[in-house]
Design a protein around this ligand. Structure first.
Ligand code: FAD
Length: 361
């Protein structure tokens, strides 16, 4: 392999995939310079925290779950922060159980943001084999409690040599078939012959830069209620899966209750009506009859992840290569046969870096 000092990896996108590229590079080849360019004014992409003025506290754009089987992401969780057991509440019967198998449809739908019956078979296989097997030994679960940025994003960003926010890549100019210049509008960056570029964007933004197929996406909605105190869920759980209700998961932390619906498709009701319906179901779970609904906030992420059915999965790339020999692709959507989650983002970063390092130009 050619000497790597003097090489720069230009990483486009400051989400988990882009940040993980810098993390992997620093650990493997500290002599390589990594530079991240992020379009927005903050890092984290679909996984970040922000200060919410209405609730006067820091919230995550959506609570993120990491399970014990997530080899890379679990490194960010401290032992004492793991919740050991996952419990499920059946709205009709009022029964609580802790068995994953009877609740597999709910779990699969949440991991893949796609109705469980539609999830592509190779994705299911990878979930069962390694990513979310929920075997009892690895059934440790952690959910971010408004601290995604602090616990993960800020740590990962420390591995990059340089970071430029408000740098939206508009186009790549080429020479002799190689990417030669990155155009950020107000600024152009030349790519030297030793350098490599990693495009670590979401699928829709990537399709504006490289000739790849824009894929269909599904939404996720998070309804957050601000209660006056911490609410305890059945059997002392801090989060619970919900069967037969209008939402999938309920998380309790500080004075917040957060209800999540994966693969959300609005059914004509407005957000207040939805929040009211969910609050009625939360009452059932808590076994109370509350007099009023507390203030709430709805965070709807329209293009939360790509759809993970057979047809969409078959259109995902087979490798990290692009039309330019010095440009490589990362991003949760880019790993065919894997569910779109933070662990997959790191796997995609690892594949992009390994491929880029193998190719001598
Ligand atoms: C509501 C919700 C809940 C989720 N829950 C979980 C969960 O519980 N557990 C889990 O593991 N995963 C979860 N995920 C999935 C997880 O957030 C994603 O898989 C992961 O964050 C994807 O990271 P990424 O870097 O691949 O893409 P992104 O986070 O989309 O990062 C891409 C980055 O590129 C930037 N960008 C875009 N265009 C340009 C451009 N032209 N130039 C420069 N920069 C650009 C974007 O601003 C963004 O920062 C959830 C996702 C959502 C939306």
């Amino acid at each position: 392999m050619a000497a790597l000092s003097g090489t720069t990896f230009h990483i486009i996108g400051g989400g988990i995939s882009g940040l993980a590229c810098a993390w992997i590079l620093k650990n493997k080849h500290p002599e390589i310079r990594s530079v991240i360019y992020e379009a927005s004014d903050c890092l984290g992409g679909r996984a970040y925290s922000y200060f919410d003025k209405t609730f006067a506290k820091t919230l995550d754009n959506s609570l993120h779950v990491i399970v014990g089987a997530n080899k890379f992401m679990s490194q960010f969780v401290k032992k004492e922060e793991w919740c050991r057991y996952c419990r499920f509440f059946d709205i009709e019967t009022g029964k609580v159980d802790g068995k994953i198998y009877p609740n597999r449809d709910l779990v699969l739908k949440s991991i893949c943001n796609t109705p469980s019956s539609d999830v592509a078979t190779p994705i299911k296989r990878n979930i069962m084999r390694s990513l979310f097997p929920f075997s009892s030994s690895r059934r440790k679960v952690w959910f971010s409690r408004g601290n995604l940025s602090q616990r993960i994003i800020n740590i990962l960003s420390g591995y990059a040599d340089e970071i430029y926010i408000n740098h939206k890549l508009r186009k790549i100019s080429s020479q002799f078939g190689f990417a030669a210049q990155l155009d950020f509008g107000a600024r152009q960056v030349d790519i030297s012959s030793h350098d490599k570029v990693i495009i670590a964007l979401d699928n829709l933004n990537c399709s504006k830069i490289l000739p790849i197929i824009p894929l269909e996406h599904n939404q996720i909605i998070n309804i957050i209620y601000q209660t006056s105190q911490t609410i305890f869920l059945p059997q002392g759980s801090s989060f619970i899966g919900v069967r037969g209700g209008s939402f999938d998961w309920l998380f309790s932390y500080d004075d917040l209750l957060s209800a999540v619906i994966s693969n959300y498709s609005p059914s004509g009701e407005n957000l207040s009506q939805l929040a009211m319906k969910i609050w009625g179901e939360i009452d059932k779970i808590r076994g109370v009859n509350s007099a009023f609904m507390p203030p709430f906030k709805a965070i709807c992420v329209k293009n939360a992840t790509i759809k993970q059915d057979e047809a969409t999965n078959s259109r995902r790339p087979d490798n990290a290569l692009s039309k330019y020999p010095n440009v490589f692709i990362a991003g949760d959507w880019s790993m065919k046969d894997y569910p779109c989650c933070m662990e997959t983002s790191v796997l995609s970063a690892k594949r992009a870096i390994d491929t880029a390092l193998k190719i001598n130009l």
